[in-house]
Ligand binder design. Structure first.
Ligand code: CU
Length: 154
């Protein structure tokens, strides 16, 4: 997991591919985009723009991926993301291979990060994350998740 800010992505120590993905996403101006999928580099780098309501942590499961890296960028509002290190998931459902995700009910040694607009959190394959968690009350947020094919880093 890596956190950073879209205004200074070069300060986050990202590999060239991930830095480029953040730059491509920012250039695509997601603040102005309607919700939906936008290809940034074919099927290997694309972004999903979303408007969501944050929810209580207990109403959601953590997700993890095998093929794609997530760059979760908050655009509006405030969002808490629960996460853990690789191997920390417990009580997992079956893998959804086609859609590249698995859901798990628990993260052992769970951590959390509070995203403010402009911040990003990057989760690598195998790192569980539960985005869109609320603080004291639910709030509307706008965010984009940039999906980066992990094979690009090989
Ligand atoms: Cu994810």
């Amino acid at each position: 997991m890596i956190i950073g800010n879209i205004h200074h992505p070069e300060c986050a120590g990202l590999s060239p591919v991930l830095l480029q993905a953040v730059i491509l996403a920012v250039k695509a101006n997601p603040q102005k985009c309607d919700p939906g999928r936008y290809d940034l580099q074919g099927d290997d780098i694309y972004m999903n723009v979303m408007r969501l309501s944050t929810q209580p942590a207990q109403s959601k499961k953590a997700e993890l991926h095998e093929k794609f890296i997530d760059i979760q960028i908050l655009l509006e509002g405030e969002e808490i993301i629960h996460y853990g290190v690789t191997g920390s998931t417990r009580k997992c459902d079956a893998w959804h291979k086609e859609d590249d995700y698995q859901l798990c009910a628990e993260i052992a040694g769970q951590q959390q990060v509070v995203l403010e607009p402009g911040m990003f959190a990057i989760f690598f394959p195998g790192e569980p994350h539960k985005p869109c968690v609320q603080g004291t009350q639910s709030a509307e947020i706008k965010k984009t998740v940039v999906k980066v094919n992990h094979a690009l880093l090989a």
